[in-house]
Design a protein around this ligand. Structure first.
Ligand SMILES: *[C@@H]1O[C@H](CO)[C@@H](O)[C@H](O)[C@H]1NC(C)=O
Ligand SMILES: *[C@@H]1O[C@H](CO)[C@@H](O)[C@H](O)[C@H]1NC(C)=O
Ligand SMILES: *[C@@H]1O[C@H](CO)[C@@H](O)[C@H](O)[C@H]1NC(C)=O
Length: 420
């Protein structure tokens, strides 16, 4: 009798549990989305942070085309660095990022509180310090993997960036760098730079390719091969299999020929036009991505199904030859909350530390420099294994739900029966 009651009582609990679980997953993905949005603007909002890395298993275990790890060591002998001599002589690359700091009163107020400082290694960073540290690590990675490249930081004329390096130029551009306008300003700054470059290349015949990126990325392999492997594009974007946001604006490459620069410039001008006319009221962080996707999808011949495949492809859009590169290689995001790439491809070139992953970026550089034996592939193992807190939470929650809720409901039922 008792056995039967328990058994028949289980089904509703399981259903309830599953629904709770689905609600939980939904909440997590909404949080994740908010973190994604936060990613696009440096230090916009601080989320509660763990004061240490959380390690899980490395995704993609057993897959021959994915990085294989044992602890912090790679088991796969990858070919990182093998492509470093790929760029044709006489051309060079500039990696360009937009960076603004916010020294508002609010920031300073919260700076005083310890909740906003982060320990990485034995250094404690406050908000602004941390974003400068991230900018430094951004530069470090590029100088490690692409020592021949130039780096340009576009910034507010009023910012004094304490970053000084060889081959690094800080270029102040007038504009509106407020948080609301930063994504818009970013496209404007890119266009400004391209306008300048287009005039310059007319006189000199020099080929100087541009790669516009977020500053929370680590370049882990030479990017020069994009321009050789795909000789026909003017502008390159990264795509992923995501219906709402198939394009990420954190990586845009522009071929440094006069034609490449001009076509990329008019492509970005169209994106800017769409942004200002359609997406000003949309999420202030995602406007540029929505505008990019809108411009691309508005070309009738464009086949969106290609976003669900893995291969790079080229299409003609707005008069430009646009190369679409897979995010899984050129814009790989650590799995914390979003393991959509199922491990790390062996030829990953750019790791994007969006949102709350930024401390992992600092940790990764420290790890790379900490022991003489560690190389980039080992560091990628550290990245691949770390920060999988969401999945861990999900498993824990499910376990809790299955074991605890029947008891709680059992108690509730029993007490209501007693009252009757
Ligand atoms: C991997 O490296 C991290 C960071 O240095 C460290 O905390 C962790 O203990 C290491 N794990 C193993 C298995 O060596
Ligand atoms: C690009 O490289 C050439 C040498 O190949 C160099 O003379 C030139 O100054 C470089 N251009 C820039 C903008 O750094
Ligand atoms: C932090 O650690 C590094 C090496 O791990 C050491 O050289 C440095 O002195 C330490 N700094 C402080 C403030 O403890």
């Amino acid at each position: 009798m008792l056995g039967k009651r328990v058994c028949s009582g289980w089904l509703p609990f399981l259903v309830l549990c599953l629904s709770l679980f689905i609600v939980f997953l939904h909440i997590m993905s909404v949080l994740e989305l908010r973190q994604h949005s936060a990613a696009e603007v440096p230090q916009r909002k601080q989320y509660k942070k763990f004061d240490h890395l959380v390690f899980g298993p490395a995704a993609g275990e057993g897959l021959s085309d994915r990085l294989q790890c044992k602890g912090n060591k790679t088991l796969t002998k990858t070919y990182f660095g093998a492509s470093s001599k790929n760029l044709k002589a006489g051309s060079n690359i500039s990696i360009v990022t937009v960076f603004a700091t916010y020294n508002t009163a609010v920031d300073q107020l919260t700076n005083g509180k310890s909740i906003d400082s982060v320990m990485v290694g034995n250094i404690s960073y406050k908000k602004v310090e941390k974003s400068i540290a991230i900018l430094n690590v951004f530069v470090n990675f590029i100088q490690e993997t692409m020592p021949q490249s130039n780096i340009i930081i576009l910034t507010n004329p009023s910012s004094k960036l304490p970053v000084e390096r060889d081959r690094l130029t800080i270029l102040p551009i007038q504009g509106d760098y407020s948080r609301e306008m930063l994504m818009l300003q970013r496209i404007r700054s890119y266009i400004f730079l391209e306008t300048r470059a287009a005039e310059h290349s007319k006189w000199k015949g020099q080929v100087n390719h541009y790669i516009f990126t977020d500053s929370d990325i680590a370049v882990v392999d030479d990017l020069g091969q994009i321009f050789n492997d795909h000789p026909d594009f003017h502008v390159a974007l990264t795509f992923r299999n995501n219906k709402e946001q198939p394009l990420n604006s954190g990586f845009i490459a522009v071929r440094g020929t006069p034609e490449g620069i001009l076509r990329a410039k008019s492509f970005l001008e169209e994106v800017l036009k769409v942004y200002t006319s359609k997406f000003m009221k949309a999420s202030r962080m995602l406007g540029d991505q929505l505008a990019l996707a809108w411009v691309v999808k508005s070309y009738a011949s464009f086949d969106v199904r290609r976003f669900s495949r893995k291969q790079a492809f080229v299409d003609q859009i707005s008069g430009a030859s646009v190369l679409f590169l897979p995010c899984s290689i050129y814009n790989w995001t650590p799995p914390e909350g979003a393991g959509q790439f199922h491990g790390m491809p062996l030829d990953v070139k750019v790791v994007h530390f969006k949102g709350s992953r930024k401390r992992l970026m600092l940790e990764s550089w420290n790890f790379l420099k900490s022991t003489s034996s560690s190389d980039i592939a080992d560091m990628l193992c550290l990245i691949l294994r770390s920060g999988r807190t969401k999945n861990f939470n999900a498993v824990l929650f499910f376990w809790w739900c299955v074991t605890v809720t029947p008891h709680i409901f059992g108690l509730v039922f029993e007490s209501s029966f007693l009252r009757v």
